[in-house]
Design a protein around this ligand. Structure first.
Ligand code: FE2
Length: 351
């Protein structure tokens, strides 16, 4: 690989001429934008502790009335990516959202895809296209691109959930926007998608003769995921990860086109090295705690803590408990990369 010419090699008058004409020579930047062997990443392995976030989120509830915030969210911004760009990784936005009793978030839809993962509190709900979805701790709720949705809270005490969006991607392609509308009328069939699709391998018969639904299942209850992981652990070799993907039950494909969701169980005392992947990830502790080593950076996570994993990172996880399993919820951008044609998984090999 030969050394390429730098900007400084060029005479000043030539550089100025190019600048005046809105032109840029490629060769001084070529190795930066298309490096050999491995991409460069600004995303840094970063841990956000819920114990640090929660008091500041509750303080936001005191400092800013909901009308002035519309969405009372603290964004987990990766220090490697300039905080103001609101990115946990290059493609993944993560926010922690607080809703207090009686508050609602207006009905709207937008081009980015979003999901909620409930961290604490009960009585929160999301309405998606007229379907009222209850939100209990650990539940995953989809609000895909273009679908009307609004949030509310019928219970007592604060409700906090994690928002994950493909906002950085949609913003980068200059297509991020939202529209609002009056609150929705509820269907008389709340949580209908969960009622229809709550058993793996079973779908409503009528769906076989209907066009594939884009988003047939909108809520994935944690209790189903947790039970599924415990069953899967019994049928998984001791050295393989116990991990379940959230999918569209009609197609078996990822439930959204850009972001993927999965849940990982660490068996009691388990230490695990994940296969290295080209996708970036955000991991969120659901139960238990342990150690994560990401590209050599050691992080100790507990329940409801969240950490960012750059693309192509080396990731090792260890369960701190020798008597109880630990559970992580994982967001990645693998669906986007599969659609772009290059998602890579390395089993023990390096570039
Ligand atoms: Fe939204």
């Amino acid at each position: 690989m030969s050394e390429l010419g730098s900007l400084e090699d060029l005479p000043l008058d030539y550089r100025q001429e190019l600048t005046d004409l809105s032109l840029v020579p490629l060769w001084p930047s070529l190795r930066a934008v298309l490096p050999y062997g491995r991409p460069s990443a600004q995303t840094t392995p970063t841990l956000w502790r819920y114990a640090d976030i929660r008091p500041n989120l509750l303080r936001a509830g005191e400092l800013t009335p909901i009308e002035k915030a519309e969405r009372r969210v603290l964004v987990l911004a990766n220090p490697g990516l300039r905080l103001e760009t609101l990115r946990a990784t290059a493609t993944i936005y993560i926010g922690m959202q607080l809703i207090l009793p009686g508050e609602t978030a207006p009905n709207h839809r937008h081009t980015p895809c979003a999901v909620r993962f409930v961290i604490e509190g009960s009585g929160g709900y999301t309405v998606v296209e007229g379907e009222k979805l209850p939100m209990e701790k650990g539940d995953l709720i989809l609000t895909p691109s273009g679908l009307w949705h609004e949030h509310g809270h019928d219970g007592d005490g604060p409700v906090v959930w994690l928002d994950a969006l493909d906002l950085p991607l949609i913003y980068a392609i200059e297509n991020s926007y939202a529209v609002e509308a009056p609150l929705q009328q509820f269907d008389d069939d709340p949580d209908a998608s969960q009622t229809r699709y709550c058993r793996a391998g079973l779908v409503p018969y009528a769906s076989l003769d209907a066009p594939r639904a884009r988003y047939p299942l909108l809520r994935y209850p944690w209790r189903e995921v947790r039970d599924g992981l415990r069953s899967l652990a019994q049928a998984t070799p001791a050295d393989a990860p116990v991990q379940l993907a959230y999918v569209n039950p009609e197609t078996g494909a990822e439930c959204l086109h850009t972001l993927g969701f999965s849940a990982l169980m660490l068996r009691p005392g388990e230490s695990l090295t994940l296969p290295r992947r080209s996708s970036s990830m955000v991991m969120h502790g659901v139960e238990g705690g342990g150690q994560a080593v990401v590209d050599g950076v050691e992080m100790r996570w507990e329940e409801t803590d969240t950490f960012a994993v750059p693309t192509h990172a080396e990731v090792s996880l260890a369960n701190a408990s020798t008597s109880k399993p630990a559970f992580l919820f994982v967001v990645d951008d693998a669906p986007l990369q599969r659609r772009l044609g290059f998602h890579e998984v390395y089993h023990g090999s390096k570039f």
